[in-house]
Design a protein around this ligand. Sequence first.
Ligand SMILES: NC(=O)c1ccc[n+]([C@@H]2O[C@H](COP(=O)([O-])OP(=O)(O)OC[C@H]3O[C@@H](n4cnc5c(N)ncnc54)[C@H](OP(=O)(O)O)[C@@H]3O)[C@@H](O)[C@H]2O)c1
Length: 355
Amino acid sequence: MKSIDKTKPVLVTGANGYLASWLVKTLLEDGLTVYAAVRNPAIKEKYAHLDKIAASSQGSIKYFAADLLTEGSYAEAMAGCELVYHTASPFTLSMKDAQKQLIDPTRNGTANVLNQANKTESVKRVVVTSSCAAIYTDAIDTVNAPNSKITEEIWNATSSLDYQPYSYSKTLAEKKAWEICNGQDRGDLVTINPSFVMGPALNPKTATSESISVLKQMGDGSMKMGVPKMGVGVVDVRDVASAHYQAEFNPKAQGRYITSGHSTDFLEMALTLQSKFGDKYPLPKKALPKWLVMLVGPLTNPRFSRKMLRNNINVSWDADNSKIQNELGIKFRPLKETMDESFDTLISSGIIKAK
Ligand SMILES: NC(=O)c1ccc[n+]([C@@H]2O[C@H](COP(=O)([O-])OP(=O)(O)OC[C@H]3O[C@@H](n4cnc5c(N)ncnc54)[C@H](OP(=O)(O)O)[C@@H]3O)[C@@H](O)[C@H]2O)c1
């Protein structure tokens, strides 16, 4: 990539999100001007935390209204930017209409942002927040991968509109991004593919991320009888922000990057919280038996189909995270630090209360 002018503004789409807030903080603390694209700048409480960070850092922030579903919506926010971060996309696992609520904003929104980047002379590099979900659907896919580890070479081939549509939306969006990038030769694209993101939230009360919902369920008693032992990868939100920073500013950055610190499961995640919080909060202490989850799960939530449970419960999860460590120098925080500090923010913001 050509050299970067740090006096030029940097666009972040979905700047008020859980993950993007840490990225914006990193950019502001580096003295950069952030153009923050948010859906509705009139809802000030959704980005008040960013204003506070901007006030105490070298950088500055300016807000722009933009929606993934409106073509040309990002033109004003992108004008004059050399670097674009596209993080916006709905991260929800419970929806009524997957096409409208997930696929359209995620895939068409990515096309909208990438097409705009092609039209904007100043843009040199776009970093898209993809996901490990663009590589795999269920933990069993990681077991079935060569050497039982997912790598950047692999594409998700097992999700669909009807089965794990969030994974499908991220797969279609990332494929679209590469297709648009490969059709031009002016700028380049890097994707960050995080596993399940945990870690302290800068905006615990307003973020819509599923990461916060899952942690809340672990701490509010919803899982006190136990947790299904499903294999998953976990990464700290601050490490994901560093990965995004390196992806734009490190000239070596190229291609996709699996961004996952730990190969773990939901039981191990919950157990790491026991020593610090176990006596005050109704945290899960044991695995729910597979037969019980298979029996009851499908009745409680249509997402927990028998197929989904079979492909994840008591199935290990593994990823090769060497590329990002070797090329971008990312070091991952210990799982316990991530989990403890995530839980602390839910307590201090009053989202979960002691028993
Ligand atoms: N959290 C994870 O475990 C994880 C793992 C891998 C990848 N990711 C990816 O990381 C990104 C951020 O996720 P997150 O966990 O930080 O979730 P989040 O807090 O819910 O952030 C999602 C952002 O997308 C914006 N958005 C949603 N629909 C939009 C639309 N139609 N137009 C414009 N903006 C829209 C939201 O804006 P509003 O506030 O206005 O709704 C919000 O700023 C997503 O691309 C997600 O797929 C997340």
